[in-house]
Design a protein around this ligand. Structure first.
Ligand code: ATP
Ligand code: MG
Length: 580
């Protein structure tokens, strides 16, 4: 019963509406036993020849009145029950997104986007079905069967009922077996649906790369294999599903045969009347629906609990980053200090940063340079608090970061990542992401500081231009400057620029850096870059190699030192003068 335990909170919260629906369903089941009884009675009156006009009219009126009453009640319980389905889906989707926003990068390394999407769509749908349709079939089975059986015993004949119901236990056994198999196969089907999502996502987002390498056919073929797998897995599920109905018909057929055969014998023996036999057979017919319901219930329940398990697995994963129990209240980050920091990504075999130390006062600028893969981005990311660090290795205002509230820390930091992430909204919305209440003047200023004003003036809708998915309609340099404007708008204590100016020309870069220096006087900036001119003004520069600091100092000191920095600087200066 993992489904019920997993969704206990929901059933508890909505018990009132469930009680209403179940109560109505019970009353409906009770009321539906009346017509067969009336029909049986009428037949007996016909046989005895004492049917009166008044009696018949009364019977008909009762039947019509009952039908109307049932109609109303069924309407109410259906809307209540399926309203719960819709509600649980909404709540679970909200929960899921809330969970996803709290997760750190390592979660996304473990769970692919495709699988998460499958959870948010198919699995949550299956859970919603179980919470509505599943409950309906369960109540139908239990209440429907009980009411009919009790009526059969009390109004007709115990022996006949027993005989006609002999086949039922077999049904229960077989359905139980089938149900377990359905669950296993359904889990497999959902997993392959997730893989298909993943593939579709990657194909669509990577379509330009795929085309340029002329891999359309290969990708299509690979996708074909994935969809074939999904189809086969779903076929496996529906093959089992298909077994349910015929099985139930078979059992019901056997019941009917016994009912008619043995029932006729009892009529001849005068143990029951003809009318009772007719009523009995109608009741037997009324048992079909609870039996089908039972099959459906097992089926839906198995799928729902498979999905609930899958969802639970994702939702139960704790974020790697948790707030300290008693966070230290740090008003402003007066210094940033790394103290022999060594950091290894959770999935990596070797550290990406080894024994890195520096100390930066508020208002200073730190430059981080080094070959590709040397750990520059990794160093900046330490300030984003996405991965745990060992206590005492990263300190702000002399307080170890794990003792500072994560939210507080995030508010201090503005980050321009190396791969820019834009939302498919307007340029204005993208810039105002971190400060939705920003005024026009503030936005204009941030745009100006990022040297983005002229570009926007050239666009048809200006700031209201929609940038398309991840900014497809912007050039690389425009995307970078948009990302810079976004970061400058929030005017944060700490600014992290990760290779943020690589796609703009040297002159624009110099202008943006000048703006940043002027506007951010008194605030701290960390710049990782390949172009050394971007950090020549920095108060301190680290040269990284394989995660270690191999040279450090001011620009002048590093030039005098004559190592990698000097060599790189001379080469870049020469290239620049050649370009001029
Ligand atoms: P570039 O100049 O190309 O941007 P970088 O100096 O910024 O390079 P990092 O991105 O910090 O380099 O990567 C440093 C090392 O850490 C690399 O060896 C890289 O393979 C590894 N690395 C980066 N991100 C992860 C990750 N999420 N999981 C595991 N290893 C990672
Ligand atoms: Mg990098």
């Amino acid at each position: 019963m993992s489904f019920v335990t997993r969704l206990q909170w929901f059933f508890r919260e909505r018990w009132g509406s469930y009680a209403l629906a179940i109560g109505l369903m019970t009353i409906v089941s009770l009321l539906t036993t009346i017509p067969p009884k009336l029909i049986g009675n009428t037949v007996d009156h016909i046989r005895d020849g004492d049917l009166t006009r008044a009696g018949l009219t009364q019977t008909v009126l009762i039947l019509v009145g009952l039908a109307l009453l049932l109609y109303g009640m069924v309407y109410v319980w259906i809307t209540t029950l399926f309203g719960n389905s819709a509600l649980i889906e909404k709540l679970l989707r909200g929960r899921m997104l809330g969970h996803l926003t709290r997760m750190t990068p390592s979660f996304y390394q473990r769970n692919s986007t495709g699988q998460l999407m499958a959870l948010a769509t198919n699995d949550i749908l299956a859970i919603g079905q179980t919470a509505g349709y599943g409950v309906m079939t369960l109540v139908n089975t239990l209440v429907g069967a009980t009411v009919v059986i009790v009526t059969m015993i009390s109004f007709i004949d115990f022996k006949l009922m027993l005989a006609a119901l002999i086949p039922l236990p077999f049904l229960a056994v077989v359905i139980n077996r089938l149900g377990r198999k359905v669950r296993v196969r359904f889990m497999e089907a959902q997993a392959s649906f997730g893989r298909m999502n993943e593939h579709a996502l990657e194909s669509i987002s990577g379509i330009r790369v795929i085309r340029s390498y002329v891999q359309e056919d290969a990708d299509l073929a690979a996708f074909g294999r994935v969809t074939t797998e999904v189809m086969n897995k779903n076929k496996q599920v529906s093959k089992l599903n298909a077994l349910f109905q015929p099985l139930i018909s078979l059992i019901v057929g056997v019941s009917y045969s016994i009912g008619i055969g043995y029932g006729s014998y009892l009529v001849i023996e005068q143990q029951i009347t003809l009318g009772q036999l007719i009523s009995f057979n109608i009741y037997l017919g009324m048992l079909i629906w609870p039996m089908i319901s039972f099959g459906e219930f097992i089926n839906v329940l198995q799928r729902g609990s498979a999905s609930a398990d899958r969802l639970e697995t994702a939702l139960s994963q704790e974020p790697d980053m948790k707030d300290a129990d008693a966070p230290v209240d740090v008003a402003i980050p007066a210094q940033i200090e790394m103290n022999h920091l060594t950091f290894t990504y959770p999935t990596a075999a070797h550290p990406s940063l080894s024994d890195v130390s520096f100390k930066l006062e508020r208002g200073e600028t730190l430059g981080i340079v080094g070959r590709t893969g040397s750990g520059k981005s990794t160093l900046l990311k330490q300030l984003l608090r996405q991965y745990p660090v060992d206590p005492g290795q990263l300190l702000l205002s002399d307080v170890s970061v794990e003792r500072i509230a994560i939210d507080r820390m995030k508010r201090w930091v503005a980050y321009v990542p190396q791969e820019h992430l834009l939302l498919s909204k307007s340029i204005r919305d993208n810039i105002a992401l971190g400060k939705p209440e920003a005024t026009e003047a503030e936005i204009a200023k941030a745009v100006e500081m990022a040297s983005f004003t002229e570009d926007i003036a050239g666009m048809a809708q200006g700031l209201d231009t929609i940038v398309g998915e991840n900014g497809v309609m912007l050039s690389g340099g425009q995307k970078q400057r948009l990302a810079i404007a976004r970061a400058l708008l929030v005017d944060s204590e700490i600014l992290l620029l990760d290779d943020a100016l690589s796609a703009v020309d040297a002159r624009t870069e110099a202008r943006i850096l000048r703006h940043i220096r002027q506007e951010r006087a008194g605030k701290t900036t960390l710049i990782a870059t390949h172009r050394l001119s971007a950090v020549s003004h920095a108060n301190w520069i680290l040269v990284l190699d394989e995660g270690r600091v191999v040279e450090e100092g001011t620009h002048e000191q590093l030039l005098l030192f004559g190592g990698w920095y000097r060599e790189q600087w001379d080469r870049q200066q020469m290239e620049a003068s050649l370009e001029e």
